[in-house]
Ligand binder design. Structure first.
Ligand SMILES: *Cc1c(COP(=O)(O)O)cnc(C)c1O
Length: 373
């Protein structure tokens, strides 16, 4: 089989999605499935929908267009504030965009008027992460401006946590957000359909808090795809952490002279393997490198340790084991490794556990005499 490749288990993604959707629905929180780490891969997007997300979102319009072109018609949001230069594409591809700049909203409004349609905006409020967001004090004025902008509907307010700074969304912060929403609605005389409280980092809060307050939506990517809490890296109960596997091929295996330099900061091996007499250690090279993925973000099989990597080579210490040339090694990606591998043209995407055969194949099977011209 082609290597390097990333194997994608759709069944595990459907399971993870369903588990999170059901658990959060008990708290009246709906889930938006975030596809940016998989570059809007249409089959993964569909797996999230099959698992019950109410809508999809991505940070890039290109990924949203890719999903649309595959025929998926669900509501879609752009969760990075749009580029003014892409306003037309945003109106065409998305029902909703997340915004922090009035200039951008004005441009979206112009495009929406031009296309004779309406567009929803969610305004991001700054709650301490210091990435995107309108300062809470400025939000009232901002909302009033948006309410009189033609062809634009104010759908809700959103917040984001733990992306740029590791501010964990705790109970106190989330109650602050709820109170803030209540005041805003009263003072601006609006009713907000969506209060999107954050991302996968909000799950510990959402599962454990006494009441979720006004928050009725979370935008989840990493937890669905990798089954982990992005802050601690710990597995979330009931979720699969192995929906994705990167497979690379051995292209050299030799005993090398004792190394006189060790690299630090390698990927986290599932078991740290200290080689005391490394002069006798076997060394193998995998045909994968920094051009393909974030090598530091890969977990290795037990008893294999990382020596170093360059753009096209990953060098491993395999101890007493000698890996055959052409053998394959399985590597587990973290978020950063996953995102880059999904974006790398030389890594083949191999999808397993489809729910039904792709339409084209089904059609071919039913009509064996059909000639394609
Ligand atoms: C990436 C992103 C998310 C999803 O974050 P995960 O940690 O993958 O769940 C949600 N909201 C915004 C604004 C994002 O950029």
């Amino acid at each position: 089989m082609t290597a390097p490749r990333i194997e994608i288990n759709l069944k595990k993604i459907r399971h993870n999605t369903r588990h999170l959707v059901q658990r959060l629905s008990r708290r009246s929180v709906r889930v938006t499935g975030v596809t940016k780490a998989v570059c809007g891969h249409p089959e993964i997007a569909q797996a999230m929908l099959d698992g019950g997300v109410s809508e999809l979102a991505d940070a890039r319009i290109e990924n949203i267009e890719r999903i649309r072109q595959s025929g998926i018609k669900c509501p879609m949001s752009l969760i990075r504030t749009p580029m003014q230069s892409q306003a037309g594409r945003v109106i065409k591809g998305c029902d909703t965009s997340f915004n922090t700049e009035l200039d951008v909203i004005q441009m979206l409004s112009k495009s929406a008027q031009h296309m004779n349609t309406r567009h929803n905006v969610v305004l991001m409020v700054e709650m301490g992460d210091l990435r995107e967001g309108i300062q809470p004090d400025d939000l009232k004025g901002f909302v009033r401006d948006v309410l009189i902008t033609p062809n634009i509907t104010l759908k809700g307010i959103g917040a984001n946590f733990a992306c740029l700074n590791s501010i964990v969304p705790d109970h106190k912060t989330m109650i602050e957000l709820s109170n803030f929403i209540n005041n805003l609605e009263a003072e601006c005389d609006v009713s907000l359909e969506m209060v999107s409280g954050g991302n996968s980092a909000n799950l510990p809060w959402a599962f454990n808090c006494k009441y979720v307050g006004r928050i009725n939506n979370l935008r989840l990517g990493e937890s669905i795809l990798l089954g982990v809490d992005p802050i601690t890296g710990a597995r979330i109960d009931g979720l699969f952490t192995d929906a994705f596997t990167i497979v690379a091929e051995v292209i050299e295996t030799k005993v090398k002279p004792e190394r006189n330099c060790w690299r630090t900061g390698g990927p986290k091996p599932s078991a740290i393997h200290v080689v005391i007499d490394n002069s006798k250690a076997m060394q193998s090279i995998l045909a994968i490198g920094y051009q393909d993925t974030d090598i530091e973000g890969l977990s290795l099989p037990i008893n294999i340790s990382f020596i170093g990597a360059t753009s096209d080579h990953m060098v491993l210490d395999t101890g007493a084991v000698s890996l055959a040339i052409g053998a394959e090694v399985k590597l587990r990606p973290n978020y950063s490794a996953l995102m880059r591998a999904m974006n790398a043209p030389n890594i083949k995407k191999v999808v397993h556990n489809r729910r039904r055969p792709p339409k084209d194949n089904a059609a071919l099977q039913l009509t064996p005499n059909l000639t394609l011209i």
